[in-house]
Design a protein around this ligand. Structure first.
Ligand SMILES: Nc1ncnc2c1ncn2[C@@H]1O[C@H](COP(=O)(O)OP(=O)(O)O)[C@@H](O)[C@H]1O
Ligand SMILES: [Mg+2]
Length: 275
């Protein structure tokens, strides 16, 4: 009995998502066509508040299309996408979107880049200043507010784009291969930052990647996407603790097992998808 309850406690800490949470995003039988081309077919998926979901799959399988539908940029051709039970319409203001290109304004300093959404929201200047300071601290850019994007390293630019994304406090973050252009070490560092920040702010995340290691390392659940049109092949629960050391997990048996399984899954999927 004692052992059982200890086991239950350890399960609860390993799977905090086991506690029922409110559903944020729901895809119900979603298909999307662009003219004659069907990009996505029959996708059903429910994302709970606070979950970190990765979407992995070869190029052209419709991963970005799913994010775009979540943001209300595209409407599904069939099925429904809802957010907190409401049909998603252009545009879903509850989400923030970050892609591979950071779209920083090179003529504005770091702090004035981060301030853009706050200026648009007409926040008073003193409040903007305080909020920007807080964000600089959060993303590890304290002291760089007066720098220009051109003076920053690749990782610092990502941090700046992340701070700007967080400025208007979106409930759900959509990431579309944000670190694809970074070298392996920098990518790892940014992955650690993302998990730290997301946990601290209790954000819900949909993170698209074609990097299978990244898909496992970051996720609470990993959605394996494949085919043309793209369909969900499998949804994997990632049995890693919520607080995880992304350096250390390279030696974790669960991590090694999951990535190996994903590689096995994706080999035929990649062949199916073509180049
Ligand atoms: N706006 C669009 N207009 C026409 N075709 C599109 C558009 N967006 C995506 N597609 C097509 O839909 C398919 C899926 O694309 P995408 O969602 O970008 O895949 P992924 O992100 O997995 O690489 C591709 O064949 C792509 O060319
Ligand atoms: Mg894409």
């Amino acid at each position: 009995m004692k052992l059982e309850s200890a086991e239950a406690m350890s399960m609860a800490s390993r799977h905090p998502e086991a506690v029922p949470k409110e559903e944020l995003v729901r895809f119900e039988g979603v298909s999307k066509s662009f003219g004659a081309l069907q990009a996505v077919h029959g996708v059903s998926l429910s994302v709970a508040e606070g979950e970190f979901i990765t979407l992995v799959g070869p190029s052209g399988c419709g991963k970005s299309t799913l994010l775009n539908m979540t943001a209300g940029l595209f409407e599904p051709t069939e099925g429904r996408v809802t957010y907190r039970g409401e049909l998603v319409r252009p545009y879903n203001r509850k989400v923030g979107y970050m892609t591979q290109s950071d779209h920083l304004l090179h003529w504005r300093t770091v702090e004035r880049n981060i301030a853009v959404p706050l200026e648009i929201a007409r926040m008073p200047r003193p409040q903007i200043r305080a909020r920007v300071e807080e964000l600089l601290e959060l993303v590890g850019l304290a002291g760089f507010g007066a720098s220009y994007p051109g003076e920053l390293s690749g990782g610092m630019r990502k941090r700046c784009a992340l701070a700007r994304l967080l400025a208007y406090d979106p409930e759900t973050l959509l990431f579309d291969e944000p670190f694809a252009a970074l070298d392996a070490q920098l990518r790892l560092k940014m992955q650690m930052e993302i998990r730290r920040i997301v946990a601290k702010l209790n954000k819900t995340v949909l993170f698209v990647t074609h990097d299978l290691d990244e898909a496992v390392a970051l996720a609470d659940r990993c959605v394996v996407f494949a085919g043309r049109p793209g369909t969900i092949k499998e949804v994997l629960d990632i049995p890693l603790p919520r607080e995880r050391d992304l350096f250390g997990i390279r030696h974790n048996a669960d991590y090694v097992g999951m990535t190996a399984r994903l590689w096995d899954e994706m080999a035929p999927a990649a062949a199916q998808c073509g180049g």
